[in-house]
Write a protein that binds this ligand. Sequence first.
Ligand code: MCN
Ligand code: CUM
Length: 782
Amino acid sequence: MTGAYGPLPRKEDARFIRGQGTFIDDIAVPGMLHGAILRSPLAHARIVSVDVTAALAHPAVVAVLTGDDLAERGMAWMPTVFGDVQAVLATDKVRFQGQEVAFVVATDRYAARDALELIVVDYEALPPLMDALTALDPGAPVVREDLPGGNRIFDWSAGDKAATDAAFAAADVVVGCDMMYPRSHPAPLETCGAIADYEAVGGRLTLTVTSQAPHAHRTLYAAITGLPEHKIRVVSPDLGGGFGAKVPVYPGYLCVIAASMATGRPVKWVEDRAENLMSTTFARDYHMHGEIAATADGEILALRAKVLADHGAFNAAAQPSKFPAGFFHIFTGSYQTRAAYCEVTGVFTNKAPGGVAYSCSFRITEAVYLVERLTDMLSRELGMDPAELRMRNLLRPEQFPYTTPTGWQYDSGDYPRALRLALDMAGYDELRREQAERRARGEYMGIGLSFFTEGVGAGPRGQMDILGLAMADGADLRVHPTGKAVLAVSVQTQGQGHETTFAQLVANELGISPDDVDVVHGDTDRTPFGLGTYGSRSTPVSGAAAVVAATRVRDRARVVAAAMLEVAADDLEWLDGKWRVRGDPDLGFGIAEIAQAAHSTLELPAGVEGHLDASAVYNPPNLTFPFGAYICVTDVDPGTGEVRVRRFIAVDDCGVRINPMIVEGQVHRGLADGIGIALMQSIVFDETGNCLSGSFMDYLLPTSLECPSPELGETVTPSPHHPVGAKGIGESATVGSPAAVVNSVVDALAPFGVVHADMPLTPGNVWRAIQGRPVRTDLSLG
Ligand code: MCN
Ligand code: CUM
């Protein structure tokens, strides 16, 4: 039944469009002080001394914290979400430009900022390690002498090497390429921030913080501060976008906690844009070598990849503990390959930590880009149309559930149908004709395809955890006597519309209106435990928990309805939103009437508790595997290197759509992400370690001028294991679209003999590619 599903306008917009959202910087607590962080100007240096005397003498300054002060509280280092440790305030060394060195607390924000300049830090500069490719060279600067492995974080592999090598040896055609997925940044409109309020008498800490995962945060704060977890309340208010940036715990959050404990007053810290771009989690930074093997008639036989992953100065990659390279080993994508093997080495460099988050599905972004670029190169090598090559190798519907050579089990899919629809919508044959005509006139038009499979909704508890916490999520559903419901969930929305779609999920099960369901989230005191929002897991995991809780409510209602109707519960069936007597459907009650009766003096059978409230914890049996077919049409000016995205056709399949309007909004946003990543974004450094991308003048965001109105299509292949057949959609378009854009630009440049060009395809880089010169992800080099 899908009664409550559909394009319902978002409930939360009533406050957002009136400017009545409550974001971190809207919140003021009585007596609140303001913090500011002193950050390192150098990428790599020993700290000789930190002198805060002058700052403390500033009339508005209440306290100054250094790493040594935190060390006294046992809080100088914090575990990262990937189980490394990261300095909260540096004591021994600074390891990236922008690293936190001291925290000033003052009566107002401006004074706190001013006082930063009064702190004197004596640094002894060290040579920085900025190029991951040299990290393992003998004599390379060592970023982490606190760890035994030098700059090597991990070596990890997946797949069957021998089988893969054999398939390559037997292949007619092998194509390979080095490609760089540049360091990018999620850049949410709202930066990160926190307000800590420690109440010493009760020993209670309230932390209001920009967090996509309030419960996971709370557990970490308990571990770091030593405060008992039940005395910590984490509140995540309205978030102005997260895109992954609000998953990790940042040093600033610990600084406000320590500062509130030290001063006995609430302390707020909100970072500015430069701090956000320089020091919060980045994404990608993958140096990849990929190879694809095929028969002469275009049957893909095998794939292999070797990756060097730059994780910055601390390993803070937000992803399940068992997978140091995230889900990169899904890199066989949507094709039937017989064998695959990948090796990933992670290294430290003197850059800000992070390494996954930005609508990434745990590194599937990089994997999709790799396989989709290789597929296009193969089609060029074979002289076979890229659509035809893909159609020939796509998994067939009858192959699902399908186990990939690296061990993923895809739940469901009809890939050829999605690709056919995209080709039809694009008018593919006509586009190719137009391209040929234009080429004859010296015009450079590109048509780029990509087909992606994602894995979202982590994860089965046996396989997926973060710091030992299994990735399961709870839902509590209360039904009041009047039949109005309140759903409390562990995930937190950052703009995805959970207050609407989660209400729809419950309303649909209970036969009530979504207006009658309020969604509570973002407050650990009011919601059940769960690991939070990322990897597009809210709908697959928390949404499933909500549905299970709602079906439990319905089951309880059935017993009450039976008492009301004086029939056996077995004689009732759920039909059109009511429990009705089988064979006499006019006789029945809906949830509102049953809820009232449940709270009344109606006599219930022995053992029946009354009240309809129910809860659930959902352990997903598998990920859900959404997929899509994208086509990007570009026009490239060979004189200037400028790329114009003329059309973007996107067919997405995320199973059953709860709210198609929200789903389309998610796809729109992801396509903008992908266009930005492909054409204009890269966080870059000069060789001395200066971050050159600390503002929106340097780190470019795509606007409506660069993004055409996309043409969206859908197919619906329900997930067989999700209670309502839904798969996640939040990251699909970010994951799938960069390859389509790059494939399109490289296709446009084919007459110049260009076979590959690394992102970002800025005018300068496109021009360089045309000239046959190496393109640079390092925009600093002009
Ligand atoms: N939805 C639906 N039907 C489906 C699948 C999803 O109606 N079959 C709805 C959902 O109920 C939800 C939205 O679409 O309202 C996205 O759902 P889902 O795919 O479950 O993703 P999450 O809610 O877990 O959101 C996380 C995902 C991630 S990981 C990033 S990063 C990202 C993204 O969502 N960050 C965003 N989209 C974002 N959108 C906004 N506006 N802001 C962000 O920071
Ligand atoms: Cu990987 S960015 Mo989102 O998963 O929050």
